[in-house]
Design a protein around this ligand. Structure first.
Ligand code: AMP
Length: 393
């Protein structure tokens, strides 16, 4: 490995993955004077490349390409937690990877993640590991009400999940449907709301959290993210403390997001860890003194972490394939959305607008969350209801 470089603008930060998170990371890093080199297998799906100073397109298994990439980097971070550990090992021989292999090993597997959280005294919803039909039959009796069967690995945005009841036959059918892979069965908990928080941790163990964000999901995909969260100050403190305990336990060097359930009886249960920037915190670009992406740059380069200050109330809405206007009439639709006060448009440069695919997001600021939410919903509606909007003009 190279000797620790004199960190500063001009150094090269490598990024494993080149999606929208890498894109917004690259925008922050390039603005601060760093070089950014992204590595990703699919050139057609690499939104980060437009802002990177260098891009490598190669498979995760291409060790030569990984080595060549790593040699150009002073430090490497990631925007995608499912980078194969073997690829991380190749890169790590040349440049530090932040966060590193152990963080990825834990967060790539829901069972390991839940065991880790429990070990940190962070509560999670009741769950059972499932590796066979016998496991399912054994746990069927313990599941109360309904549950979710989730693949242990590679699930995201509600994918790789089935809603289930304690009926053993139904559980087995759901498991077969998921491909009979290692799963976790989770008790469905009664949700009052959901929250998420980004925590940054430096090599020396210094930690900073962003404001707690409230999240609203539709069909398992984040729909709206809102700040400040409507939950009590005490509950927000509890969430931040959990995130710090998680970061400490992971020996995190970088940023991570902890997603939590808030139950109707007032408990906070950790749901998932993302060891990278997170969709719920995109609104930190407009709402905070330092965005999650700048904080990631700071954390991985050894710059001082900022104590992020909330400047504005803000609401972010995702733009999925079904939310973006068809090509015909698109310009007018985008103009109508942009004319709503306080709205910022973020598009990721993806060409194919598939249903459920994250194409971009809108963030609206406002005097209070209600105003910001009203604005962002109005702007998103203007994209897909051009005729209704036009008739009001
Ligand atoms: P996940 O992919 O595990 O983050 O799940 C996506 C969304 O499904 C969560 O944000 C919740 O809205 C919902 N969900 C997942 N697991 C549970 C659970 N155990 N109880 C209630 N809702 C859940």
């Amino acid at each position: 490995m190279k000797p620790s470089p004199a960190y500063g603008p001009g150094m090269t930060i490598g990024v494993l993955g080149a999606g929208q998170l890498g894109r917004m990371f690259a925008m922050a890093a390039v603005r601060m004077g760093f070089q950014v080199h992204v590595f990703a297998p699919d050139a057609n799906d690499a939104p980060a490349s437009a802002f990177a100073t260098q891009s490598t397109q190669a498979e995760w298994s291409d060790e030569d390409a990984l080595r060549t990439f790593a040699r150009t980097c002073d430090v490497v971070t990631l925007e995608f937690e499912n980078v194969p550990l073997a690829s991380v090992d190749v890169v790590e021989a040349f440049a530090p990877v932040r966060p590193g292999r152990e963080v990825l090993r834990i967060t790539q597997d829901r069972s390991l993640e839940k065991e880790f959280l429990t070990g940190c005294a962070i509560p999670v919803a009741p769950w059972w590991p499932v590796n066979s039909e016998d496991d399912l039959r054994a746990v069927a009796a313990e599941l109360q009400g309904s549950g979710l069967l989730k693949t242990a690995r590679l699930g995201y945005d509600g994918k790789g999940q089935r809603s289930v009841t304690p009926d053993a036959g139904e559980l087995v059918a759901a498991w077969r449907d998921l491909g009979e892979v290692a799963c976790v069965l989770e008790q469905r908990v009664a949700l009052a709301t959901e929250v998420a928080v980004v925590v940054a941790r430096s090599e020396a163990g210094e930690m900073r959290t962003h404001p707690v964000i409230e999240t609203r999901h539709v069909n398992g995909i984040l729909d709206l993210a809102e700040v400040p969260a409507s939950v009590s100050e005490d509950l927000q403190r509890e969430v931040r403390e959990m995130a710090c305990a998680m970061a400490e336990g992971l020996n995190l060097h970088g940023i991570a997001c902890l997603e939590c359930f808030v139950t109707t009886d007032g408990r906070v249960l950790a749901n998932e860890i993302a060891p990278r920037p997170h969709n719920s915190a995109h609104l930190t670009i407009e709402a905070c003194s330092t965005s999650q992406f700048e904080q990631q740059v700071r954390a991985v380069t050894g710059f001082p972490l900022d104590e992020p200050v909330l400047l504005e109330s803000a609401v972010m809405s995702n733009l999925l394939g079904e939310h973006v206007p068809p090509e015909e009439g698109a310009t007018g639709a985008w103009m109508r959305a942009a004319s709503v006060p306080g709205v910022s448009i973020h598009l990721y440069g993806k060409h194919e607008a598939r249903h459920g695919r994250k194409m971009g997001h809108l963030t609206a600021i406002g005097i209070g969350v209600d105003e910001a939410r009203g604005r962002v919903i109005e702007a998103r509606a203007a994209l897909t209801e051009p005729h209704a909007a036009a008739s009001n003009e």
